[in-house]
Design a protein around this ligand. Structure first.
Ligand code: HEM
Length: 278
């Protein structure tokens, strides 16, 4: 009788939804790590190659005011920025590897320290460059504020994650480090987001490709930090909720974002990174 009055709603078994969510998270992470490896290959293949050839002035094919003859301090900051890009992106992938964390805890700790130092160098060096340099490609004040927010959050999350580890609050440490991983990837999100936008719109919309300014780029320079953080919070909450329907809906949303990430990476690779290293 009660079954007639309250018709059975289709329910998802608890474990199935939880498993679907963690598998989708792993799929997104796998795609993102491959995309970041692509970015590293580009940095080594373009900036690293020209540096080894003793011709860093060729960096200016991409950064019009990157290498400035005679500006030893500015050039050192930029070179350090590029070198630590490689260290932090490869180090981040290593840090997230669960087997390494469990089996070689000392390596996890040392790589973690190197990761935090790299985060400090990149964000402070980035702030110096963004507020002391002039030129096309560096964006207007809106974009400078957006990337500066990224730098401030990198510093804040690095501090909070380090402190949580020192206090042996490993659950909080894990959450701060996941947030740090995402904000460190902010500049990478910017690039794949921009290329995805160009593909979807079949050309530049909402900004001027000559001056590299416009409302869409201001939006993107904040979204590169805030959007991934919002998605992470939604995923962590869904995971902790134990509610199968919420977990299934979150897994579906994340699967779509994984697809968008893959398309953005492919577009960035084809339009930006590969042509510069060939
Ligand atoms: C922490 C993660 C970061 C990574 C991995 C990173 C990586 C890079 C890379 C690879 C470039 C060369 C541009 C290209 O070829 O696409 C670059 C340039 C630049 N980055 Fe970063 N960056 C990071 C954070 C930041 C932050 C937080 C800021 C500013 C607050 C910043 C400011 C700049 C500036 C201004 C340039 C251009 C320099 C010039 O044109 O002279 N970066 N970055």
């Amino acid at each position: 009788m009660s079954a007639i009055l309250t018709p059975a709603l289709p329910t998802l078994p608890r474990q199935t939804a939880a498993r679907a969510l963690s598998r989708t998270m792993a799929a997104w992470l796998g795609v993102a790590l491959l995309g970041q490896l692509f970015f590293v290959i580009y940095v080594l293949g373009f900036y690293g190659r020209h540096a080894l050839q003793g011709r860093p002035e060729l960096w200016n094919k991409v950064l019009p005011h990157g290498w400035v003859a005679g500006d030893v301090l500015g050039n050192t900051v930029l070179a350090g920025h590029l070198l630590f890009t490689v260290v932090i992106l490869l180090g981040g992938a290593l840090q997230l590897w669960p087997l390494l964390r469990r089996r070689v805890a000392a390596l996890h700790r040392w790589n973690g320290r190197l990761y935090l130092v790299s985060a400090l160098i990149l964000s402070v060096g980035g702030l110096v460059m963004v507020w002391t340099r002039e030129g096309v490609g560096l964006g207007g004040t809106g974009q400078r504020l957006g990337i500066s927010l990224n730098a401030v959050l990198i510093l804040a999350f690095a501090w909070l994650g380090w402190r949580a580890a020192r206090l042996r609050r490993f659950d909080a440490h894990r959450r701060w480090m996941l947030r740090l991983f995402l904000v460190v990837a902010g500049v990478w999100f910017f690039r794949i987001g921009l290329m995805l936008w160009l593909i979807v719109n079949q050309g530049p919309v909402g900004f001027d490709p000559e001056t590299f300014e416009g409302p869409f780029l201001i939006f993107l320079s904040f979204a590169q930090t805030l959007l991934p953080l919002a998605v992470l919070e939604a995923v962590l909450r869904a995971q902790a909720s134990g509610r199968p329907a919420l977990q299934a809906a979150t897994a579906t949303g994340l699967a779509l974002l994984t697809l968008a990430t893959a398309v953005g990476i492919a577009a960035a690779g084809m339009l930006m990174w590969l042509p510069r290293i060939q």
